[in-house]
Design a protein around this ligand. Sequence first.
Ligand SMILES: NC(=O)c1ccc[n+]([C@@H]2O[C@H](COP(=O)([O-])OP(=O)(O)OC[C@H]3O[C@@H](n4cnc5c(N)ncnc54)[C@H](O)[C@@H]3O)[C@@H](O)[C@H]2O)c1
Length: 262
Amino acid sequence: MGLLDGELAIVTGGGAGIGRATCERFAQEGARVAVLDIDPESAAQVAADVGGVAVVADVADPEQCARGIAEAHEALGGLTILVNNAGVGAAMPLHSYSDDDWGRIIGVNLSGTFYAMRAAIPLMRKSGGCIVNNASLTGVRPTRYEAPYSAAKAGVISLTMAAALEYAPSIRVNCVSPGFIDTALTEIVLVDDERRAIVEKATPLQRVGTPEDCANVILFLASPLAGYVTGQNILIDGGSFLPNTQADAVLQSFVARNTKDS
Ligand SMILES: NC(=O)c1ccc[n+]([C@@H]2O[C@H](COP(=O)([O-])OP(=O)(O)OC[C@H]3O[C@@H](n4cnc5c(N)ncnc54)[C@H](O)[C@@H]3O)[C@@H](O)[C@H]2O)c1
């Protein structure tokens, strides 16, 4: 018997990284999964691997996002779990971000989460369900050079808590806040052994996190084990939130090497 037997789940950004690991973990625990991603190939690949369905949509586009949620709901024959995981980031001084950079980072991370929740909640209200949003440690403790991303993720945490209040008791809404996790999103920073070692040293648990570390916590929040948990934000950061300034050094050296500061 699995923790998610009979559950019907949508995972946005399910084509890679933490989203992919979440699709795999959910399927292992008995859920039927819709892999919603902007990238058709990775969505199709993960859907095939987990015996689920692929849905292609850009969550930052309100119409595409609403259509994607409706399509996934139809293909699954219902909806009981939504994981808002799609996200994009960038690292540069605040004054270097263009309108497009700002629009994309807020659009995917914050607006995309809002659009998907707005579309999914009416589909879940009758039978109940739960939502897990993927925020970030930067949403709790902003990171130098990631101002738009930090602001977007702080918004995701706030959106999570507001929705938890509004939709209790029928829908539980929680979020996770990963620290440094080994995915495509962090490969610009974890480019070599030297920088990886700096992150590891600055992390109390002495390693970079894995997508599976995150998938396990998302699984917990989506499962009946968290039946009395709503409006919470769980940090998956190896203890990095605890006072420590060394992790910043990695981003500082990256930005110094890669941007021309005017
Ligand atoms: N990797 C980390 O260290 C880390 C840390 C904190 C938070 N997070 C958050 O975790 C989530 C997953 O990140 P990841 O590291 O697995 O990234 P990733 O780049 O490995 O995967 C992101 C996935 O989202 C998809 N995606 C991107 N934009 C999309 C859009 N507009 N619509 C639909 N799908 C889209 C991509 O195609 C990709 O499949 C993100 O929200 C990210 O902000 C990651």
